[in-house]
Write a protein that binds this ligand. Structure first.
Ligand SMILES: *C/C=C(C)/C=C/C=C(C)/C=C/C1=C(C)CCCC1(C)C
Length: 241
């Protein structure tokens, strides 16, 4: 698909109508700005909150680096950078599980909770990768397994062990936990929708293939930066009282 861009030297020319490329560029800048914001805010917090805010910054920083690669990949080939996308997720989603664990530690969260959540998230992402990149002929089956792992994560934080710990912690931790739960239920649900948009033969005739990237790029901005801001807010509040 050479109509998307021409590679001349090192800088790809972006077509003015390439709105997918546009969201990749915005993604780079948004993730970079968010990382600078989280990192530079660190010194204002109590020690016990610094790790959480640091992890927020690492999540957006890792995403920023991947967005630079994905932006270039898209402009060079006009194809979804599925490989870089999943490398990004495999690193950042477990870090989001770590955020849940870190804020619930005040209520005595054990590392077994952390490993359980990381385990489910890896099943969700690896099966998703198989459905998108390795064995797209069976996208529905891989998507179903991935979706089940996603539901277990939703259950765990809304009703399972993590929710009990959040109630025990109370106060601003409970408040932050609830908002993060909504991010996972609503914000993360954009990803399976994107997956369905990108699966050949479902809606691709209607919408065209690149729309999966628009969905993923918007979801990443909401989830990575929004999630980080919830943690930031909790740290601001808790460092005062
Ligand atoms: C920063 C990146 C995040 C929060 C990525 C989250 C990704 C998901 C929740 C992906 C979920 C999927 C399904 C539930 C089914 C179809 C395959 C996936 C991997 C797109």
């Amino acid at each position: 698909m050479t109509n998307f861009s021409l590679l001349t030297g090192w800088v790809a020319k972006m077509m003015p109508t390439d709105y997918i490329g546009f969201t990749f560029f915005i993604g780079c800048m948004a993730m970079m700005a968010a990382s600078a914001f989280f990192f530079l805010s660190l010194s204002q917090f109590d020690k016990k909150w610094r790790t959480s805010v640091l992890v927020s910054g690492l999540i957006t920083f890792i995403a920023a680096v991947h967005y630079f690669y994905m932006r270039d990949y898209w402009s060079a080939f006009g194809e979804s950078p599925t490989f870089f996308r999943y490398v990004d997720w495999v690193l950042t989603v477990p870090l989001m599980c770590l955020e849940f664990y870190l804020i619930l530690k005040v209520a005595g969260a054990k590392t077994s909770l952390l490993w359980k959540m990381i385990g489910y998230s890896l099943v969700m992402l690896i099966t998703g990768y198989f459905g998108e990149a390795v064995d797209p002929g069976n996208a529905a089956m891989w998507g179903l397994v991935s979706g089940l792992a996603y539901f277990i994560i939703v259950y765990e934080i809304w009703l399972g062990e993590a929710s009990k710990l959040a109630k025990a912690a109370g106060g601003s931790v409970l408040e932050a936990h609830k908002i993060l739960c909504w991010f996972v239920l609503v914000g993360w649900a954009i990803y399976p929708l994107g997956y369905m948009l990108g699966t050949e033969g479902w809606y691709t005739s209607m919408l065209g293939k690149g729309n999966v990237d628009v969905a993923y790029n918007i979801a990443d901005a909401i989830n990575k930066i929004g999630f980080g801001l919830v943690i930031y807010n909790l740290a601001v509040k808790s460092s005062k009282d």
